[in-house]
Design a protein around this ligand. Structure first.
Ligand code: TPP
Ligand code: SF4
Ligand code: MG
Length: 304
């Protein structure tokens, strides 16, 4: 349909997030990934959205999700998805919802919920073999409340709660492996800056049933302190440096969907972001830079 023919909301393509983004930061990598995901999943979904930046998309009584949308507390989105799934199953069993009109329960949360506050509810939902798709946009911190460190914050990054010269002393949790250890149906990592890889994985996840996770690295200009126009470049560098491995888990096997070769030095990724600025100014922190590079090398040595 040409744009000229659009006269009402009903004329718009059914898979587009309506007007989403007006309340968000320019260059938001999480929103970029969500747009790409929504273009594929579309309207046959109910989004169960824990508190975080993406809840700002919906301002009562409006939401850009042209399907269902449910707000939950940070810890309980998978429990919310269970309620949605159960309700749909009851409606189908009673003949009040035709099977062909069934929809997918999609949990949408940031890393604060996915790696931390909601992990217990997630683990229990996988244990119950809940049929749901979990989409985590990972901006590596509690972005909505000012980028405090979360379980996804990388080693050495400055955040609102780790502002010392050393940055975050901990190490980013391996959520991919935590999920895979539960033996779910599917787990994948994506980034909006690699849209073909993302599309293949979302299409695959959409065809499957059971617990499925897609973690989208979400370059965050505000929290990571970079110019919004660099958002795509930073997403690509995360892959080219090997910092963000693109991979998937299914049937007990982990497969890397991109193997960066040769790998770009990690500092090319770090130096574009203010949160790592203390590793370069006023003088280079060689020990920390070498440690971060060594961690990435160790990961890929084990893959080869
Ligand atoms: C139990 C609880 N603690 C704190 C908050 C305040 N809060 C709202 S959004 C948010 C940040 C969530 O971080 P994340 O899940 O990573 O999403 P992001 O904000 O980065 O999009 C916090 C701490 C809350 N809503 N609930
Ligand atoms: S703080 Fe980061 S994740 Fe949140 S809307 Fe802004 S750019 Fe996106
Ligand atoms: Mg976050």
């Amino acid at each position: 349909m040409s744009e000229g023919a659009i006269r009402s909301m009903k004329d718009l393509p059914s898979t587009h997030l309506l007007g989403a983004g007006t309340a968000m930061c320019a260059g938001c990598g999480g929103l970029g990934a969500l747009h790409e995901v929504y273009d594929i999943l579309g309207r046959k979904t109910v989004f169960v959205n824990a508190a975080g930046c993406m809840t700002l998309l919906s301002v009562y009584p409006f939401t850009p999700f042209r399907s269902g949308w449910l707000y939950t507390s940070m810890a309980s989105a998978p429990a919310g998805a269970q309620g949605v799934r159960d309700a749909l199953d009851i409606l189908i069993a009673k003949g009040r919802l035709p099977t062909e009109e069934d929809v997918t329960a999609v949990v949408l949360t940031g890393d604060g919920s996915a790696y931390g506050m909601g992990l217990s509810a997630t683990s229990a939902a996988i244990e119950r073999n809940l049929d749901f798709l979990y989409l985590c946009y990972d901006n590596e911190g509690y972005g909505n409340t000012g980028q405090q460190a979360s379980g996804a914050t990388p080693h050495g990054a400055k955040s609102a709660t780790t502002a010392s010269a050393r940055g975050y002393p901990g190490y980013k949790k391996d959520l991919f492996s935590i999920w895979a250890a539960h033996k779910p149906t599917y787990v994948a990592t994506v980034v909006g800056a690699e849209p073909l890889d993302l599309a293949k994985k979302i299409e695959k996840a959409a065809r499957l049933k059971g617990p499925r996770l897609v973690i989208a690295l979400a370059p965050c200009p505000t929290g990571w302190d970079f110019d919004p126009e660099l958002a795509v470049e930073i997403g690509r560098l995360a892959v080219k440096t090997g910092v963000w491995p693109l991979k998937e888990y299914a049937d007990g096997q982990v497969v890397h969907t991109r193997i960066p070769h040769p790998r770009v030095p990690v500092e090319e990724y770090l130096k574009l972001q203010g949160r790592f600025g203390h590793l370069f100014e006023p003088r280079r922190n060689e020990a920390m830079l070498s440690e971060i590079q060594a961690q990435v090398d160790k990961y890929w040595d084990a893959v080869a």
